[in-house]
Design a protein around this ligand. Sequence first.
Ligand SMILES: Cc1cc2nc3c(=O)[nH]c(=O)nc-3n(C[C@H](O)[C@H](O)[C@H](O)COP(=O)(O)O)c2cc1C
Length: 329
Amino acid sequence: MSPPFFNNKILVRGLAISPPIVLAPMVGISHSAFRSLVQAEGGVGLLFTEMLAAKRLPHDNPFCSPLLIRDASEKPLFYQIIAASEADIAPAVDKLHLLGADGIDLNLGCPAPMQKRQGAGAVLAGNQAVLRKVLRRLRKSTELPVSVKIRLGQSLDVDSLRSFGLFLEAEGVDMITIHARLHGEKFCRKPRWEQIGAVKDALSVPVLANGGIFTAGDAKRCLELSHADGVMIGRGAVERPWLCADIASEVYGIDSTAEKRESQDIYAHFIALLEQRFAPERRLGRLKQFTRYFAASFPFGHHFAASIQNSDSIAEARHRAAVFFDRST
Ligand SMILES: Cc1cc2nc3c(=O)[nH]c(=O)nc-3n(C[C@H](O)[C@H](O)[C@H](O)COP(=O)(O)O)c2cc1C
């Protein structure tokens, strides 16, 4: 079967994203080891860091902060910042220039109470006066691509979403990711990809559709309904680190050159990457977080996840994973 026609490249302020399959920012998950794992499986056109507090960024040490550690091969890489005030932007951007960011994303969707209290994330999206100042400062501080990640809004209102998109564009945003859920909605709710479709055609910057893509078939349906220029994948890529490669092949007709690996080899590779990139005390927690999602794609995966959650060391987790994979083959 030949793949349907979808544009297999987008340009964001001169930066090519090809294929237009993007790994989502996820706190505790989208770190250097995970980004490299997904990259090794192929099919990913752009990587994201997890959200980074703009206020703290200038003070973080790139050689030991687990949020900033990266390998030079992780490219292109957008750093996502979360901010509540214009004053925090320029110092954060200066730091991101030093770190070699390929782009800067502003989080406008995070519903976490701490961010809400500070006026960041979803709250900043609803405060256009402050947001305008933040975006203007961001635009003035960098020539890098600037993107934002938003949700559909507080309620289903296509006109407001379209106006918001046009406002973002007018303030110099180069790409918009839309997570197809309302601000209060939980991740288990079905995403509303068609709502993106209702506004996408009015916008001239590239739009990425996000939310609830777990298979190449989901990605294709999402692109058909949203008319988006590309997709952003979160949990699906943790469950199946090869998902981006599947989407690249089945949706865009781009076959990955990466060798196909068994799940236990992928898991072992992830542990090796954690050991390569992070200090010993930083590894096990990250392995547990990854395993919560990765285990979901296996029959009896909840037993696997529970056994890793109860491990006291990487060595124990490695042994328990070997037992699980031996039994499941
Ligand atoms: C564990 C976790 C952490 C997340 N952290 C962030 C984050 O740092 N920044 C952000 O914009 N979204 C964050 N998200 C939301 C994801 O980027 C994405 O929008 C959401 O998971 C829906 O996409 P998916 O269905 O493909 O997972 C997070 C989601 C999860 C599950």
